[in-house]
Design a protein around this ligand. Sequence first.
Ligand code: PMP
Length: 343
Amino acid sequence: MLTPYTAGEQLKDKRYIKLNTNENPYPPSPRLKDLFGAFDESVLKFYPAPDAGVLREQIALCEGVGKENVFCGNGSDEVLFLSFAAFFDGTRPVCFADITYTFYEVYAKFFGVTANVVPLNGDFTVNLSEMAERDCAGYFIANPNAPTGVGIPLNEMERFIASVPEKIVIADEAYMDFYGESCVPLTKKYENLLVVKTFSKSYSLAGIRCGYAVGNAALVRGLFNMKDCMNSYPVDAVCEAVCVQALLDREYHEKTVALVVSERERLRRELLALGFTVPESKANFLFAGRAPVSAREIYLRLKEEGVLVRFWDKPLISDFCRITVGTREETDVLLKKLKKILT
Ligand code: PMP
């Protein structure tokens, strides 16, 4: 029996302050406003480029790699799925942390690959030295990790990647733009490294569904082979054009990332002052818990009050909520409601 991934609530019954699925509170680049008029029939009636070449070229420029080092898919979820299909044949396990992005476990079951799961350290850091010892064909490592937000410094990642040359390391950097310790430069040095990124978070484009991988050309060809057995055109013409424009507006990207980061730090200080345990986060969300009121109750009461946060009724994390960083105004409302719930 397969266990599907449970996506966060996308409730439409009323207007919520939505802090539950790590979307960006700011709109995407204003450049996109005028773009849709350009989608005339010639763009819409023909199939898009199967290799998303224009977008891959732009990503390559931004990431400082070659176009042959970039693969694009329908959201980074699809890129992760194809990575599983391409690099794990089921003869050896896949290794990941016990508290991490739950899709890794879903994919492992889907592909019939045994999961070799390594507990996080007590301070929520990823136990890389233990992971290096585990028998496996490779690793999925979310950096920053989800749902904790804890980041792994680049030098620690490099030491780890160098110590497991026979195993593939898939670094899921969905939230890396809020941290700035990307492993992308290491893809030139280590053939066993694939970095996966997304437009959903820092580019405010979760609705568009585009993610990409950066790695050496052989790994990228492996992903193309899998894609071409499944779907010739995972990146449609509208998606490709939108993401190119978003990449071109670097200034706007940097500005909104900086706003999220500074709001994250303010929200963390306030949550700590309210008595929450909150690991230092390098992502666009905070993992807050061990408060005098249970995480379940906080989640339910906030929902009643029109604020959505994420809560998992699962061992190890049922004492915590994951709160996406919103705008300053949204944070103010959240804090007011939390104070009410806690008193
Ligand atoms: N990786 C991690 C760690 C995530 O939290 C998410 C978002 N759910 C994804 C990948 C997938 O993002 P997307 O498919 O929107 O690119």
